[in-house]
Design a protein around this ligand. Structure first.
Ligand code: AMP
Ligand code: ZN
Length: 482
């Protein structure tokens, strides 16, 4: 297998620490809201990677964390620890205890994963009865269940001389680590400029890039709801320590692959790596792999709070199947930036239904897999998950002269990685009603003389395979013959 290693800045051959076995840690969800398309992209990508390793004959030990404490709303954008804590904000908003918020949203993660055909981190299909209560049996690890491990790890870091304490918090002193900014190559002074000035929060903090290992229930956080006892007083862990502590507790002091979105590179993973070295005197992780971003039109960051990032139920509500979105993300390499739009999703749906139709035309009898295609498929996977190559190969296979039942068997075999339910999904098209809806919208746009919108909708309809004609009797559609 070859993948793009962020630290090596190139595609490298993955050589696992122990032959034929992959240990992998995925930065998982912060469970204070329903996940959005951006998160879905990340999890579909890592699901494909997991399935690819299994297909290629590796055994996989994989962990995904669940952040249910300590994630400050400011950390993502600024690398600053002094925003409000996400669980805390949502708990107050919904009038629930933080742990109830976490439990509620863990269940929605399970619902979404099931619908998207994403395997549990331990590689099993997620049973319909699984709830938040037993997620740890399926490869998820909850931050609140690893507080002791976090404290132990922080103590190691402290003993090795990488920390200092103020009245507010225990910090990692980034100046103690020579290659702290190795991921970005920035100089520390440049990084400091990017960090928002934390006015008056902790005057004793030495360097803006220093980050919290343990936050005390003091000052701004004196009313924080979830707290634990620690050698540094009552309080709660910083966000980054959870991933370092849980990954090493569950996968050991050395493991192969750590994943996350590219947003994690400059802060979260930079800090995780620093903590690992701080505690163990070596970086722990062999390969850091990152998925690119999903953006809205014009490169706008998708954000749940700004309403630019739809959730799975919203996508279903708009008339799509969860597998349409899986198809969209499965067909794009994890390192390609994707602009999320109705058009892209509609295109994915068309392609998926078309694929199903062609498969049904082959009949129902399944024969033997065609070795040539299996080899070709493995090569595409091993080539940094070249998914456009995979779909090209499937296309070629479906057109090939091999016996129908063998083509079918091979397609189903490939679907062990794609996870598109090619064997069971119905080819039923809810397409007509979608067109109908668009036509109505277009009519309304024309009534208010919004011709830009009307043309945009015409293009959308065109992409669905229909041409709109404006006649004296109104709009008429004709199927485009391909
Ligand atoms: P969070 O729940 O915000 O901690 O995010 C969970 C995972 O989704 C992380 O690995 C993020 O990097 C990833 N993620 C969040 N937003 C996006 C996005 N717009 N595109 C791709 N990945 C994302
Ligand atoms: Zn993480």
């Amino acid at each position: 297998m070859k993948l793009y290693s962020t630290l090596d800045k190139k595609i490298v051959k993955i050589e696992p620490l122990s032959e034929g076995e992959i240990s992998m840690y995925n930065c998982g969800p912060t469970v204070y809201f329903r996940m959005h398309v951006g998160n879905i992209r990340a999890y579909v990508n890592w699901d494909i990677l997991h399935r690819a390793f299994l297909y290629l004959g590796y055994s996989v030990k994989r962990i995904m964390n669940i952040t249910d404490v300590g994630h400050m709303s400011s950390t993502d954008d600024f690398g600053d620890d002094f925003g409000d804590e996400k669980m805390d904000i949502q708990a107050k908003k919904e009038g629930l205890e933080p742990l109830d918020i976490a439990n509620k949203y863990i269940d929605t993660v399970l619902d979404d994963f099931r619908a998207l055909n994403i395997l549990a981190p331990n590689g099993q299909v997620i049973p319909s009865e699984l709830t938040f209560m037993e997620v740890n049996k399926y490869g998820w690890s909850r931050a609140t269940e690893y507080i002791d491990e976090m404290i132990e790890m922080i103590q190691k870091i402290e003993k090795n001389g990488y920390t200092y304490e103020t009245k507010q918090a225990l910090y990692f002193d980034v100046s103690k680590l020579e290659d702290y900014t190795i991921f970005t190559g920035q100089k520390l002074e440049e990084k400091e400029v990017g960090v928002r000035k934390e006015v008056g929060v902790d005057k004793e903090k030495r360097n803006p890039a220093d980050f919290v290992l343990w936050m005390k229930k003091e000052g701004k956080y004196r009313d924080h709801i979830m707290n634990w006892d620690s050698p540094w007083g009552v309080g709660f862990p910083g966000w980054h320590i959870e991933c370092s502590a849980m990954s090493t507790a569950l996968l050991g002091e050395h493991f192969d692959i750590h994943t996350g979105g590219i947003d994690h590179i400059p802060v979260h993973h930079t800090n995780e790596r620093a903590q690992n070295i701080g505690a163990y005197k070596h970086p722990v992780v062999k390969y850091w792999i990152h998925n690119e971003w999903i953006v809205s039109r014009g490169d706008i960051k998708l954000s749940k709070s700004k309403g630019t990032a739809p959730t799975l139920p919203e996508i279903i509500e708009a008339g799509f199947s969860p597998l349409d979105i899986r198809y969209l993300f499965a067909s794009i390499n994890y390192r390609t930036k994707v602009e999320f739009s109705l058009q892209a999703l509609t295109g994915a749906r068309r392609a998926r239904l078309n694929l199903l139709k062609r498969i049904r035309e082959l009949g129902t009898k399944s024969g033997n897999v065609i070795e040539r295609y299996v080899e070709g498929f493995k090569n595409e996977l091993e080539n940094n998950l070249n998914m456009s190559g995979v779909f090209g190969l499937v296309n070629e296979l479906l057109k090939s002269e091999y016996p129908k039942e063998d083509i079918l068997a091979t397609t189903y075999d490939i679907d062990r990685v794609l996870g598109l339910e090619l064997e069971n999904e119905s080819t039923e098209e809810p397409l007509e009603s979608g067109i109908e809806k668009l036509l109505n919208e277009r009519e309304r746009a024309r009534e208010r003389k919004d011709f830009v919108e009307s043309d945009r909708i015409r293009d959308l309809i065109y992409r669905e395979g229909y041409q709109v004609l404006d006649t004296p009797e109104g709009q008429r559609v004709e199927k485009i013959n391909e």
